[in-house]
Design a binder for this molecule. Structure first.
Ligand SMILES: Cc1cc2nc3c(=O)[nH]c(=O)nc-3n(C[C@H](O)[C@H](O)[C@H](O)COP(=O)(O)OP(=O)(O)OC[C@H]3O[C@@H](n4cnc5c(N)ncnc54)[C@H](O)[C@@H]3O)c2cc1C
Length: 384
């Protein structure tokens, strides 16, 4: 059976990814982590030793320093071979760029480099029970006291709520502006709890972290006072394009497996692929997966030369989630009863990718980002 062509270029990193996935049994581990959620410390360390975390991060900061496109191809390959779990884990240093860019030399050596090596887990605490999408409405505070700060507030929905060694916590210092702080999670006044298991991505063990009069030194602040969200813009653009590559990798896996399946499975005396109501949606998936990849690739190329692609990155993530979910849904449908069961990977892939429409910016909020680019005057004065 002809393998459908793919717009994703083959890069040397793919061979390494395939070797790591096979030798570390990442596909099997992802299934296990869904059944019995835990943070995969051992695999985190093993990926760090292979320099598979922080693919794009500059070498001086402990990363591999790959061009953006190569990093995206590598993440797509991890996701294609083993699902979102270890691809997202590989992106964790990317989610902590405030630490890489604004941390002191000592903070980078103590926290960021070990993160790239899989030895220290750093989370992000932005969302609160009463504010998520509208991050400007956060209520956590970091009050200046002596030569440091006192942190108070409750953070919710956070990945690695009980597993992170440190977290980048967002809080208001003085007035409406938000600052970021690097907070070791074993300080006095921190209470952590894990929520009931999620629909998917259960290994993240999301939950709530309460900060009550937590004393921080002045050096805990990352970046300019009140400038956390401005400082975060570059990271958000990059991570949304890289997340898009991950979702497309998962969608591609389900698509290819379904093309094979419907070519072989017979019903009513013919292969399922002979039914246009089966073959046409899959042909459309093929075009959508490839064209969305090309959109992502163009965004990455423009970002690599310093262009502002914040709007395109937001749209790329939205499209990738939608296209991947549709392809996986077709996989569930056209595999019939087994497609709906936990015996095949499609239902887990669907549950995992579904988070993409909420985490790292809900789709509607990302559409707002793109619309604000098209009509800047209509967006002026409105918070996003
Ligand atoms: C798997 C996963 C991992 C996560 N990890 C973390 C983490 O590590 N740290 C962290 O801080 N948070 C994390 N989150 C939380 C996530 O960032 C928030 O859930 C998200 O920002 C939405 O905020 P909210 O839940 O408060 O929803 P709300 O702000 O209440 O919004 C609810 C829904 O309303 C819609 N909506 C909101 N605003 C608009 C608008 N302006 N226009 C149109 N529609 C709108 C969207 O559909 C949105 O999903 C994670 C979430 C998930 C699912």
């Amino acid at each position: 059976m002809a393998r459908p062509s793919s717009a994703v270029p083959r890069r040397p990193i793919v061979d390494e990814v395939e070797a790591a996935v096979a030798e570390l049994h990442l596909a099997e581990q992802a299934v296990e982590l869904d059944r019995s959620p835990r943070f995969p410390r051992e695999e985190f360390r093993a990926l760090g030793e292979r320099h598979m975390l922080a693919l794009r991060t500059p070498v001086a900061l402990g990363g591999r320093g790959l061009p953006l496109l190569d990093a995206a191809v590598g993440l797509h390959a991890v996701a294609y071979r083993s699902g979102t779990t270890f691809a997202k884990l590989s992106l964790q240093p990317e989610f902590c760029q405030l630490l890489a860019e604004f941390g002191s030399a000592e903070q980078r050596e103590r926290s960021f480099r070990p993160l790239t090596e899989g030895r220290r887990l750093v989370g992000n605490h932005i969302t609160e029970p009463s504010a998520g999408s509208d991050a400007a409405a956060l209520s956590a505070t970091a009050r200046a006291e002596g030569d440091g700060f006192v942190l108070d507030g409750t953070k919710s929905e956070a990945a690695f709520a009980a597993d992170a060694d440190e977290a980048i916590v967002y809080a208001k210092t003085d007035g409406p502006q938000v600052s970021a702080f690097l907070v070791p999670q074993d300080l006095d006044g921190i209470e952590r709890s894990v929520a009931p298991p999620d629909l998917g991505e259960r290994w993240m063990r999301r939950g709530t972290v309460r900060y009550t009069s937590v004393h921080l030194p002045a050096s805990a602040r990352l970046g300019p006072e009140g400038g956390a969200f401005e400082a975060l813009k570059g990271e958000l653009t990059r991570e949304r394009l890289l997340l898009a590559a991950i979702y497309l990798g998962v969608g591609r896996a389900s698509f290819e497996e379904t093309v094979d399946h419907v070519g072989e499975r017979e019903a009513f005396g013919r292969p399922l692929s002979a039914q246009q109501s089966v073959s046409f949606p899959l042909a459309d998936d093929w075009a959508r997966l490839d064209s969305t990849w090309l959109y992502v690739e163009r965004g990455l190329a423009r970002l690599e030369v310093g262009e502002d692609v914040a709007a395109e990155a937001a749209l790329a993530k939205n499209m990738a989630v939608e296209v991947a979910l549709r392809a996986i849904d077709h996989a569930i449908q056209f595999h019939g009863g087994r497609g709906y069961s936990g015996g095949l990977p499609h239902e887990r892939r669907f549950r995992d990718v579904r988070s993409g429409a909420i985490a790292h910016g809900p789709s509607e909020v990302l559409s707002r980002v793109a619309a604000a680019h098209l009509w800047p005057r209509s967006a002026a004065g409105k918070r996003s």
